[in-house]
Design a protein around this ligand. Structure first.
Ligand code: HSE
Length: 309
């Protein structure tokens, strides 16, 4: 194989209660990338369509992630990367993670899989470091592993693939305003009260248990964030109403996707997820901010090959 065209998914980080540790991959939203083995050593970004992101390797998240991988293996050839960027940067659905994860995943494939998926997470985290200043793994891990993932520990890196219930659907509304992850992290407090910590880790445990046992009510009860959402929700127009109307329409729960401004809701079954989309649409039509809405099953495979040469 000399060239791979891939789909690399958008992801929802935090999933309400799991700031920086929980994430899930989407099926219907993502970037497309073409990665090619070339004679010239190093990494070059040769084409970007869809969004305006830097072409310079050192300034592009996929370039930086690819260089982190190549620093750990000797090759006498290099790689070219083309990105069809369909996920807007600053949307809260893992735009930088999709590019970082896609680049290292495809390069690893073209090299014959010398690295483990956990290694790929480590390389892709360098892209996240460039994008937000912090190498968080809660977007790149689900992009690379698929499904739901838990970053049990950052040092040492320990990532767990969590069972995904078969009828779980995601509705995501993306208001067309940009919230930079670095800004959305800046406003957070660096300490939490014991009272909130107790409520939060109860929910993380409840969510994980609900996912494994396919207990949708338990999943819904656990989708609560006492630490980050109260601070960040002020950045999102009509957040409280979106949440209220989503749950009224049948969602199990609703919260901020990653660092926002996207808002996600989980539902049991596609019909309910579509009703939730409608409810979100009604709220946002009144707000007057342009938006996109996506309904997607949880993507259990992660990155997918579209073409290989
Ligand atoms: N966990 C990160 C944050 C995800 O919330 O800042 C960013 O997409």
């Amino acid at each position: 194989m000399k060239e791979l065209k891939i789909f690399t998914p958008a992801t929802i980080a935090n999933v309400s209660c799991g700031f920086d540790v929980l994430g899930l991959a989407l099926d219907t939203v993502g970037d497309e990338m073409t990665i090619r083995k070339v004679a010239e050593k190093g990494v070059r970004i040769t084409k970007i369509t869809g969004q305006s992101v830097p072409l310079e390797t050192q300034k592009n998240v996929s370039g930086v992630a690819a260089l982190a991988l190549l620093a750990e293996i000797n090759t006498d050839f290099g790689f070219e990367i083309e990105i069809d960027k369909r996920i807007k940067p600053g949307s809260g659905i893992g735009s930088s993670a999709a590019s970082s994860a896609g680049a290292v995943w495809a390069i690893n494939k073209l090299l014959g899989d010398p690295f483990s998926t956990k290694d790929l997470v480590r390389f892709a985290m360098e892209g996240e470091r460039l994008a937000s200043g912090v190498p968080h793994a809660d977007n790149v891990a689900p992009a690379l592993f698929g499904g739901f993932t838990l970053v049990r520990s950052y040092e040492p890196l320990d990532i767990i693939n969590i069972h995904t219930p078969s009828e779980l659907y995601v509705t995501v509304i993306h208001p067309q305003i940009e919230v930079k992850t670095s800004d959305a992290r800046e406003i957070l407090k660096t300490t939490v009260t014991l009272k909130n910590a107790i409520k939060q880790w109860g929910n993380v445990g409840g969510l994980i248990s609900g996912l494994y046992t396919e207990d949708y009510d338990l999943i819904g009860r656990s989708l609560e964030d006492f630490i980050v959402e109260p601070i960040r929700s002020i950045l999102i127009p009509a957040f409280d109403l979106l949440k209220l109307e989503s749950v009224k329409a049948g969602a199990l729960g609703c919260g901020i996707s990653g660092s926002g401004p996207s808002v996600f809701a989980l539902s049991k079954g596609k019909d309910t997820a579509l009703k939730v989309a409608e409810a979100m649409r009604i709220v946002y039509d009144k707000v007057g901010v342009p938006y996109d809405i996506h309904v997607s099953k949880v993507n259990k495979e992660g990155i997918k090959i579209l073409e290989s040469k």
